[in-house]
Design a protein around this ligand. Sequence first.
Ligand SMILES: [Zn+2]
Length: 399
Amino acid sequence: MKRLANLKIDPGEVDAVLRDLVAIPSVNPAFAGGTGEAGVAAYAADYLRRNGALVEEQPVLPGRSNVLGRLPASEDGPMLLLEAHMDTVQTTGMTVDPFAGRIEDGRLYGRGACDTKASLAAMLVAVGTLGRSGGSLPTGVHLAAVVDEEVEYRGVSVLAGAISAGRLRVDAAVVGEPTELHRVVAHKGCVRFHIEVRGMSGHSSEPAKGINAIQSMAEVLSFLRNEIEPGYEALRHAWVGPPTHCVSEIVGGDAPNTIPGFCRVTVDRRTVPGEDPLAVRAALEERLHGLARRTPGLSLTVGKPFIVDYAMEVDPRSPIVRRLEAATEKFAAGKRNLGAAYGTDASKLARVGVPTVVFGPGSIAQAHTSDEWVSLAETRTAAATLLDLIVHYREDEET
Ligand SMILES: [Zn+2]
């Protein structure tokens, strides 16, 4: 194993791969100017092939495929999965050139630099370095570059489907997102749905002759704040804190001089590990119907969920977390296990039984921003850490 243990990341290669990835637009087609991920997928497939990995495409949607690169393990050793999404959000309103990959003061600027092309670059170079060494690997690795994380998670869903169907053997996974090289061992899930209130329209000069749907919605909103929210503290989770909700959109009313007959809000409810998003929505529906029964004139409907995502957590004593911790300590001491309020692809892998930790260079504070950037030093450190993780994963397992 000496030869593998001596492998080093080439920092210049990490910078170059990151710059290449940022230069290829991969805006999710759901957003303005969406080009899709095909360009980045072709780049990743080519890089992996040139560096000795076995590459396959996993079709997800027309023209949108995940790329899988594999370095097999010798003697049936464990298989790690390194997963990062290829899509980005829109470039509208950006104050830096989204695709130039300008480097200044150790930062690389551009759309997706931080979320999450730096993670993808670190993973590619870690796997590429191992692949071209030609060494026999006690622990094998799948690199999965997936589509559609920013919208409906359809890339990772297909990947998770292959794992649960037994077509892909995976013992543990690292999902690349900007965590500043901390280890996210738990994150929240979410369920989003509408609440609609029906009133009775009429001339606004005689408001008593109608039922004002906006006024009724005000009752619903104060119920959410005063009756529902206080219950969240009792559900507090050690890593991610209590559940939350945000009333994120509202529409209602027809004209300045008409009693509004309709009002609708969107609720974004964030769940903690252990909560089932569907059960959470159903329980809230129950409570709101109770409110409607005792409030004269209030008629409401709670819509079906249009986004459901589970929360996730991984045991901090599991080999993937402990080994990643040991690797991180070598290159970036002092990084911690953390919980996160946002969601990632990790929950979809956790749902099919894969112990998964979220880890990557960059800060979530720079994700989706008008001057998105990532630290090159942190991206190189991530690559070195991931290489170390794969090389030493099995040693830890056996101790
Ligand atoms: Zn991301």
